[in-house]
Design a protein around this ligand. Structure first.
Ligand code: NAD
Ligand code: NAI
Ligand code: ISE
Length: 336
């Protein structure tokens, strides 16, 4: 039996997820879509989901008896409402990051899922599924000794004018916030943000680059460079310094050339290409679990921890140079 999926938000990633469900993966079909911009919904249906129903009301899509599971791919500030409605309908929900744009919002989702009594939410932290990060985790767990430091970088070539300083945290750093916590099997205790000299390519409402320093409960110090006007490429770097050695995230595969007296290797320009296999794997996991009426992968609790950490990092941006403490409440038993 095929899982009938409804997608809310058919922009860049909503269309890409619809493409992979309908054209790449097995076990599910996107049969309904909704978007505040109907033209996006129409394009998504025309390109990737012929015959799918376009709902004008997202809540009607969630409630529809023909929909078994929901993907929330709309803008971050809309996620909480749709995830809560999907939990209330008792259906599995895949929610793109962030789970919610505030810690309070993410907590409401955790509380609703706990009240429902079973996992229904998977957060789109796809890097946990990336073969490179998984290989790095194996090396950190078994070869390089206890981690002492992490040096990481998250660089985008450019961003639009709607991307403002706090989005470097909520939209971009959030991937490192989640994946480094998973990589180190640790939680954060404090955050600090430093702003180097501003890039001339950054617009007025954006301080770019930024350096975020996170400390963990086990004493690891992490520095993450966020630079969203790198111009040269989409570049994700991660190096873990351990007691016995160093482990680095592998570069994405690319053809090495020897041409014109130069040794060359291409650098990707678009985030969509960098973790393309991971999106396939995370949705495979979602389809498998949702077909059994539940959810797998990164949890609502992971989304909540990321939101608490993001809020602390934004406070650290505002109090430049100051160290902001990160306090987490006890983890509900449902999340292990
Ligand atoms: P986008 O602007 O291209 O698309 C968002 C779509 O949602 C638009 O079509 C918009 O009209 C629609 N929308 C907005 N509000 C809505 C509402 N209330 N109800 C229904 N539709 C609504 O943005 P995007 O780049 O596709 O990002 C969407 C989400 O996916 C964001 O949460 C973003 O953080 C996340 N994202 C994740 C990754 C990743 O690597 N995991 C990458 C990109 C985006
Ligand atoms: P798993 O290996 O048991 O299952 C993952 C599924 O995705 C499998 O079906 C597997 O085939 C597929 N998959 C994922 N990545 C793949 C890759 N790179 N290559 C090939 N197939 C891949 O893993 P598990 O334990 O379910 O974890 C999945 C992710 O979700 C992990 O990152 C894990 O840390 C996370 N997770 C987190 C939880 C939490 O409480 N934080 C709970 C459960 C999972
Ligand atoms: C975008 O939303 C993503 O999730 C990308 O992975 C990230 O690199 C980018 O900075 C975000 O805007």
């Amino acid at each position: 039996m095929s899982l009938n999926i409804g997608v809310i938000g058919t922009g860049a990633i909503g269309q890409d997820h619809t493409r992979r469900i309908n054209q790449v993966l097995a076990g599910a079909r996107v049969v309904a879509v909704n978007d505040v911009n109907r033209a996006n919904a129409e394009k998504c249906v025309a390109d990737y989901a012929p015959g799918a129903t376009i709902f004008d009301d997202p809540n009607a899509l969630i409630a529809d008896a023909g929909i078994d599971a929901v993907l929330v791919c709309s803008w971050g500030q809309t996620h909480e409402e749709y995830v809560l409605a999907t939990i209330a309908a008792g259906k599995p929900c895949f929610c793109e990051k962030p789970l919610a744009t505030t810690a309070e919002g993410a907590r409401r989702i955790v509380d609703a899922e706990v009240a429902a009594g079973k996992r229904l939410v998977q957060v789109g932290f796809m890097r946990r599924y990336d073969p490179g990060y998984r290989a790095l985790k194996r090396a950190v767990d078994s070869q390089t000794g206890a981690p002492l430091m992490v040096h990481a970088a998250h660089r985008n070539p450019r961003v639009g004018n709607a991307y403002v300083t706090p989005m470097a945290i909520h939209d971009t750093l959030i991937h490192e916030i989640d994946v480094l916590r998973w990589l180190l099997d640790d939680d954060y205790v404090s955050a600090q943000v430093l702003f180097p000299r501003k890039s001339p390519h950054a617009h007025e409402a954006l301080r770019d680059p930024q350096v975020v320093i996170l400390q963990t409960a086990k004493g690891v110090v992490i520095d993450v460079e966020i630079f969203v006007n790198s111009r040269y490429g989409y570049d994700i770097q991660c190096e873990v310094v351990g007691e016995e050695g160093i482990a680095r995230l592998p570069e994405p595969m690319g053809i090495q050339t020897r041409l014109n007296a130069t040794l060359g290797q291409p650098i990707l320009m678009d985030w969509k290409d960098r973790f393309i296999d991971s999106y396939d794997y995370e949705l495979t996991d979602f389809i498998r679990a949702a077909s059994a009426g539940t959810a797998a992968g990164p949890t609502a609790w992971d989304g909540y921890v990321a939101a608490v950490t993001s809020d602390a990092c934004v406070a650290a941006q505002e109090a430049e140079g100051t160290t902001i403490a990160i306090d987490l409440p006890a983890r509900p038993a449902m999340y292990g």
